[in-house]
Design a protein around this ligand. Structure first.
Ligand SMILES: [Zn+2]
Length: 405
């Protein structure tokens, strides 16, 4: 090692290399600062002296292959003759004064985190699990401290359940870019108070907002974004239909004898899943269920019918006709959950058609995004830290969930 290669391999400048100690898989380089004179960090006075303390600090550098490196730095203090301060000489190759790793080591960790889990990065670099996490957290905090709302035209607002400990959050996204714009704790308009302030100057430019059909956010949208259209997108319509159908399955099941009950139990996903994604065997089973439980069968067919409207209708006018026909059929069926759904559709028809008026608004799929959040929370690590979890959600659009991270 030389002073020059310290600069080129570890990003360390202003320090002189003295010697190397080797033990096991670790290389320790003794370094001392080249600075002969430093201004007072507090009052900027030049009337200072540098005093050796005899102490050293150990700072982790970049690995060299499988070898770990440690910079052993002599600590000096800056003594100010003007303000009498005695302050430790700052180590400029560290991200800040109280961490035990170099800037380049932090950059390396961030690069590795794109491909590896925290545990794997910690294992590979020999850094502590908490250190790896805090390096990533600092990077995310910097990146997402200011999120620009310029150019945003289409918003998607949705509540997401993060489990017993974290409860609900409300996520606002830019439906064009897919970026997460805001995360509020809880659900409903209250969770969006802080976002309202941020929207102030942007509110006139928002063309439409996609929300769920449970009406939790419609009052907020009308209040804060009076010029924007409320749109009920494809994902939320099918979600509501599935919820209603599942209630029908439950009530049907409760009316049955024990023997027959077994047949419907555990069939939730068979009924709710998209027909085209069923295997041959499952499709046959669904056929049989539809035949055996007439009401449930009709409801399941009507759900597919509703999905087809989204697939096939290519204009607002066609969609309107299709929705109204669907409602007539649903009402004629006499089945309670379908009649309820028809009522909702008639009442929210404008919002439903908004989906077509705004060019099928959801290019950044809400369903896919909610699945990604589920994927994130299922990975048990670190997410007891709420702030970190929120930051990871901001970062989700940049992450491929096919990997285990
Ligand atoms: Zn001073």
């Amino acid at each position: 090692m030389t002073t020059s290669s310290l600069y080129h391999t570890q990003g360390i400048r202003g320090y002189k290399y003295i010697n190397t100690k080797r033990s096991g898989d670790t290389e320790t380089y003794l370094l001392c600062s080249k600075a002969k004179h430093l201004p007072c960090p507090r009052c900027k006075s030049r009337k200072t002296s540098l005093v050796k303390t005899g102490k050293t600090r150990m700072i982790r550098g970049l690995c060299i292959g499988l070898k770990k490196t440690v910079m052993c730095v002599e600590i000096r203090r800056i003594i100010c003759k003007d303000c009498h301060a005695s302050i430790q000489e700052p180590i400029l190759f560290c991200p800040n004064s109280n961490v035990g790793f170099t800037k380049w080591a932090a950059r390396f960790v961030i690069a590795l985190r794109k491909e590896m889990s925290i545990k794997a990065v910690a294992h590979f670099t020999g850094l502590h699990w908490d250190t790896v996490k805090s390096i990533e957290k600092a990077r995310l905090e910097k990146e997402y401290s200011k999120i620009r709302l310029a150019n945003v035209e289409y918003l998607g607002i949705d509540e997401v359940y993060l489990g017993k400990i974290m409860g609900y959050i409300t996520v606002v996204r830019d439906l064009d870019s897919g970026a997460v714009l805001f995360i509020g704790k809880g659900k409903g308009g209250d969770a969006l108070k802080k976002f309202k302030k941020r929207l102030k100057h942007r509110s006139k430019h928002i063309k439409a907002v996609a929300i769920d059909m449970a009406n939790s956010y419609s009052a907020w949208v009308k209040d804060v974004l009076p010029n924007a259209d409320i749109v009920y997108d494809h994902f939320h319509v099918i979600k509501l239909m599935n919820e209603r159908m599942n209630n029908l399955r439950k009530s049907t099941m409760n009316k049955l004898e024990d023997e027959q009950k077994k047949e419907l139990k555990g069939k939730r996903f068979l009924l709710l899943r998209n027909e085209e994604s069923l295997s041959k065997k499952s499709a046959a089973e669904l056929e049989r269920l539809r035949f055996e439980f007439k009401d449930l069968g009709t409801a399941s067919l009507m759900k597919e019918h509703l999905r087809n409207i989204y697939k096939l209708a290519n204009s607002c006018k066609l969609a309107r006709t299709a929705f109204l026909l669907w409602c007539q059929k649903a009402e004629a069926s006499g089945i309670k959950c379908l009649k309820q759904m028809a009522k909702t559709i008639r009442r929210r028809l404008q919002g439903l058609l908004g989906y077509w008026r705004h060019n099928r608004i959801t290019s950044a799929s809400q369903e896919g995004f909610n699945n990604k959040i589920g994927w994130l929370t299922r990975q048990a690590y670190g997410y007891r830290d709420e702030k970190y979890l929120h930051l990871k959600i901001y970062d989700l659009p940049n992450i491929s969930t096919r990997k285990y991270l």
